[in-house]
Design a protein around this ligand. Structure first.
Ligand SMILES: Nc1ncnc2c1ncn2[C@@H]1O[C@H](COP(=O)(O)OP(=O)(O)OP(=O)(O)O)[C@@H](O)[C@H]1O
Ligand SMILES: [K+]
Ligand SMILES: [Mg+2]
Length: 699
């Protein structure tokens, strides 16, 4: 019941969070402190390992350059060479620091999560007997008992019982949630604590690969893989570096031809200034920071690719029960048709639900059942379990009598196929319940060569609060919302209207959900899907962004590429914003980096050649008036390194994202970061040059 949408972050426009709310995670969203920088130094040094560096072609080039100049230094130490060498090493280190700082923020979150993964004992159930074993010994398939006060020893599905569970260790939310067998709320997470009642859990995760383990690896960045976009950008940066390498190497023949000679440190310095070191250094930090921003909003993204895709989402599909509604569908009343009695209907509804382990089925037993023990399961009866395909459940009794309950359209076909009649007032009852947003389950029986409808059970569910405004926000962002449900047309229409979605698809089977996503994708649209049920799993896997509700089943969580710990279907608003911001930040810093390099080329080449006699032609281009060629080169190297540090906060915090049209946004960013990138080196290098030349004896 508590697993609701009332858990928006405080900054969201949603309902105010409960006062008991606490979040174990550090709240410093975009924080970047000098302390964090110092703490990241050891990790930055470890990242100097060439096996790691080689994955970043631009920074690897700088590393090779640094090694070359260091060797040159050892042979012929001069003030200029040593200074250039030191600043080249600083460049590599700054890049590693940027990544280490980004990762460091996740480490704090991981530490908090690790505390939840503390060693506990499990009450293993085997052959009817209970025994105590360490939680780490559990393997998939084991059954464990958890009672009030017990920490759930591993991930699994509740196979027996209902309990309220404190999931704050994982979600940061202290309001208890209900976990029960049979339905879409059966998944439990290791490390969470049972508050009341007794449940039996079937362990689904092998030791070491639990949800918490994966979450820790995720926030620590251990599982981070380059996204296709990052790989493409890296390839572009690498080929740019090769071009500049050729440009720099061909300078030497020119210099020799005009009677001069360029030293190795000068060539390396020039190369490092020209290759796109800024974006090369910050690329992975930008990606890590994006994942991090999601974690702070209680969303776990399993892949960076999903975060990027989120930035381009145009359609959001939502499952109804458990996603748009609280998912607490319960029998509310029974309505017999004219030619059936109320008692008769109650008895049949009860019988059809005796073996139905879904929450819906259990609620019918509770509503229609006589006092405990009065009517037990019949010998030889064959249960017919509910499936999303048949949309019915029931029981086949030994004497040939069968009872069924289910969606009106499904039961109608079942009755008519056996020669039964569909009474007109059944349609009226179904319509009345559906019109009010309820789910009607028609109850029917068959035997002796015919079948008949007995009446309708009204299942009631509640729409999560605050959805309408949030869906309007999605609409304003250009995202169409479509609700998909296995429920009938009228119920779907009523709930769709109440929740404020743009469109809906009713009576959808899991295959229909999948087909709808494929159709949207074929039209070139990027599709997000949010769902909680096992029957949503194929659709969650097919969608570009599949957000599973944390309240949902293990299958749903495994299938999607994100899990929302708050089970808030409108969380996509934040996810899209963060995705867009990630793409914009990367674009802006790439623009800045390349513009910067072009400007540096024009700032230092003339100064370098001005020193070579007979190359006077370039003097006219030497607009900077730098004090000496050596000072020009050293200033450029220093500037190049400092720019990385200066932009770390921006890479981590992200470029501010405005809700303007994408084209206007692109124009603005090109102007700010392109023009800014062109101008800053001239100012920066000049300032550093003035400073350097004022130090006597340096260059
Ligand atoms: N336990 C049950 N026994 C018989 N019929 C059921 C049972 N539960 C649901 N139904 C019927 O089957 C239909 C599909 O249910 P299901 O839970 O698969 O929907 P769904 O596809 O998950 O959609 P949503 O979750 O959005 O409602 C329901 O609308 C209802 O008519
Ligand atoms: K550079
Ligand atoms: Mg469902």
């Amino acid at each position: 019941m508590a697993d609701t949408a009332t858990r928006h972050r405080p900054d969201g426009p949603g309902p105010v969070p409960p006062s008991a709310h606490h979040d174990p995670r550090p709240a410093a969203a975009g924080a970047f402190s000098p302390k964090a920088l110092v703490a990241a130094v050891p990790s930055a040094l470890r990242k100097l390992d060439p096996r790691l560096m080689v994955k970043q072609p631009v920074m690897f080039t700088v590393l090779v350059g640094s090694l070359l100049t260091t060797a040159y230094c050892l042979a012929d130490p001069g003030v200029f060479t040593v200074a250039v060498t030191l600043w080249l090493w600083a460049t590599v280190l700054f890049a590693n620091l940027a990544e280490a700082v980004a990762e460091g923020r996740g480490k704090a979150q991981a530490d908090t999560l690790r505390r939840a993964r503390r060693e506990s004992m499990a009450r293993l159930l085997r052959g009817g007997a209970e025994s105590e074993v360490p939680a780490t010994d559990l393997t998939a398939g084991d059954l464990v008992v958890c009672e009030a006060g017990d920490a759930i020893p591993g991930d699994g599905d509740v196979v027996e019982g209902v309990a309220s569970v404190d999931e704050s260790a994982v979600t940061g939310e202290s309001a208890p949630v209900i976990r029960e067998s049979g339905g879409d709320r059966s998944a439990v997470t290791g490390g969470t604590v049972v508050l009341s009642d007794r449940i039996v859990v079937r362990i689904t995760a092998e030791p070491g690969s639990t949800f918490l383990d994966r979450m820790i690896a995720l926030v620590e960045g251990a599982q981070r893989q380059k996204t296709p976009n990052e790989i493409a950008l890296n390839a572009l940066l690498a080929s740019l570096s090769v071009c500049f390498l050729l440009a720099v190497v061909t300078l030497q023949p020119f210099a020799i031809w005009s009677g001069g000679r360029l030293d190795v440190p000068v060539l390396v310095a020039l190369l490092v200034c020209l290759i796109p070191t800024t974006i090369g250094a910050l690329l992975s930090s930008i990606g890590i920071a994006g994942m991090d921003r999601l974690v702070l909003r209680n969303v776990l993204a399993m892949s960076g690719r999903a975060v990027e895709a989120a930035g381009n989402i145009t359609t959001l599909l939502l499952d109804k029960t458990g996603t748009i509604t609280l998912g607490d569908r319960r029998a509310h009343e029974v309505l017999p048709v004219a030619d059936a009695g109320r008692e008769e209907l109650m008895a049949a509804a009860h019988l059809s639900s005796l073996a139905d382990g879904t929450p819906e089925g259990r609620s019918i037993v509770a509503l229609c059942g006589p006092p405990a023990g009065a009517r037990d399961r019949q010998e030889g009866a064959v249960p017919v379990p509910f499936s999303a395909e048949s949309r019915m459940s029931g029981m086949d009794l030994p004497g040939g009598r069968c009872v069924r309950k289910g969606a009106a359209s499904a039961v109608r076909i079942w009755v008519q196929r056996q020669g039964g009649r569909w009474p007109a007032d059944a349609t009226d009852l179904v319509d009345r319940i559906s019109g009010a947003g309820g789910t009607p389950l028609v109850v029917a029986e068959s035997g002796e060569g015919t079948a008949r409808v007995l009446g309708v059970v009204h299942l009631k569910d509640v729409v999560k609060p605050g959805l309408r405004e949030r869906f309007a926000q999605l609409r304003a962002m250009g995202i169409r919302t479509v609700m998909i449900t296995g429920d009938n047309q009228r119920t779907a229409a009523a709930i769709a209207d109440e929740a404020g979605v743009d469109d809906f698809l009713a009576e959808a089977t899991p295959q229909d959900k999948l087909d709808l996503i494929r159709r949207e994708q074929e039209g070139g649209r990027m599709v997000a899907m949010t769902g909680d049920g096992t029957n949503d799993a194929p659709a969650l896997a097919q969608a570009d962004v599949g957000v599973a509700m944390n309240s949902g089943t293990t299958a749903a969580k495994e299938a999607g590429n994100m899990v929302d710990l708050d089970s808030d279907p409108t969380k996509l608003i934040e996810i899209v914003r963060i995705g867009k911001q990630l793409l914009i930040t990367r674009g802006a810093l790439t623009t800045f980096s390349i513009a910067n390099d072009v400007a540096k080329y024009f700032a230092i080449i003339p100064a370098m050649f001005a020193a070579i006699p007979g190359y006077g032609g370039l003097e006219a281009l030497d607009v900077m008036g730098l004090s000496s060629p050596q000072s020009a080169i050293l200033s450029a190297v220093v500037f190049n390194a400092l720019v990385i540090v200066a932009l770390v906060p921006l890479a981590l915090r992200g470029v501010r994202h405005r809700a303007s049209a994408p084209a206007a946004m692109l124009r603005r960013n090109l102007l700010v970061y392109g023009l800014g990138g062109l101008v800053t080196p001239f100012i920066g290098i000049k300032l550093i040059d003035v400073l350097i030349s004022s130090i006597p004896g340096l260059v």
